[in-house]
Design a protein around this ligand. Structure first.
Ligand code: ADP
Ligand code: MG
Ligand code: MG
Length: 252
């Protein structure tokens, strides 16, 4: 049982125009087995929230706290956060030149677990997870994200999640740029991880489409760098019909 607790989180970023506050008091708690959809318009700070929790150096936390199982995440290095059980699937996954998917996964698994996975079961696990995500075995020998299509990048992110088995996973717009088939395959991967590992999920999305496949327990409307409203899945339905306009007039 894990718990991620974000309390009154404020974060800034340096822009050419000066320091800009993006996160303006975020409160959010995610427990094992729960799926929280974070829904908000473009530019509301969703990715900033993901990066701030994961420890991206561009974002400075100016106040508030983030704890995982009572431990201060903000004091940890990015590696330590991963070892503590945190996983981030980025909205725009980065290339890792010269490193194959296969090597990358094994290195990440070793780093997260503190020991190398037993080779025979590992090879089988990777193959099984790739099969499930309908990934060609040849994919394992390609360099991470080099020339990957949008769909391949997203599948690779979910592949990592399925193999690393984090306690808490942040999925930043894992649905963006996917066609219907890829969306279903990726969603099935997320649902498998939920069933098999009780992972707690922060599912950041702009659209309600992915919520037809992955049922959230909670929906948080994210506007102007904070949670503007919270509810159950019915809130997503309302957003689908009404959009974010009603929040934008009152935000900022
Ligand atoms: P979302 O993911 O909700 O679309 P982001 O977190 O990407 O929103 O961005 C929130 C705001 O912060 C935007 O106005 C964006 O331009 C600004 N921002 C985010 N990261 C940076 C950065 N590294 N440099 C400058 N501005 C940034
Ligand atoms: Mg965006
Ligand atoms: Mg974003």
């Amino acid at each position: 049982m894990s718990i991620l607790e974000i309390k009154d989180l404020h974060a800034t970023v340096e822009t050419p125009e000066g320091t800009k506050e993006i996160l303006k008091g975020v409160n959010l708690t995610i427990r094992s087995g729960e799926t929280h959809a974070i829904m908000g318009p473009n530019g509301s700070g969703k990715s900033t929230l993901a990066y701030a929790i994961a420890g991206h150096p561009k974002y400075e936390i100016t106040s508030g706290s983030v704890q995982l199982d009572g431990e201060d995440l903000l004091e940890m290095s990015v590696d330590e956060r991963a070892r503590a059980g945190l996983f981030l699937a980025m909205q725009y996954p980065v290339e890792v030149p010269g490193v194959s998917v296969s090597n990358f996964l094994r290195t990440a698994k070793t780093a997260v677990d503190g020991q190398a996975p037993a080779l025979r079961t590992w090879v089988k696990d990777v193959k099984g997870a790739m099969d499930n995500l309908r990934m060609d075995p040849a994919f394992a020998e390609r360099n991470v994200n080099e020339g990957f299509s949008g769909g391949e990048k997203k599948r690779h992110e979910i592949l990592q999640m399925e193999l690393l088995k984090p306690a808490i996973a942040i999925l930043d717009e894992t649905d963006s740029g996917l066609d219907v088939d890829a969306l279903r395959i990726v969603s099935e991967g997320v649902n498998r991880a939920k069933e098999n590992t009780e992972v707690g999920i922060m599912l950041i999305t702009h659209y309600t489409r992915i919520l037809n496949y992955i049922t959230p327990d909670f929906v948080h409307v994210f506007v102007g760098g904070r949670v503007a409203e919270e509810g159950g899945p019915e809130l997503a339905e309302r957003l689908e019909n009404e959009g974010y306009d009603r929040y934008l007039t009152t935000a900022n």
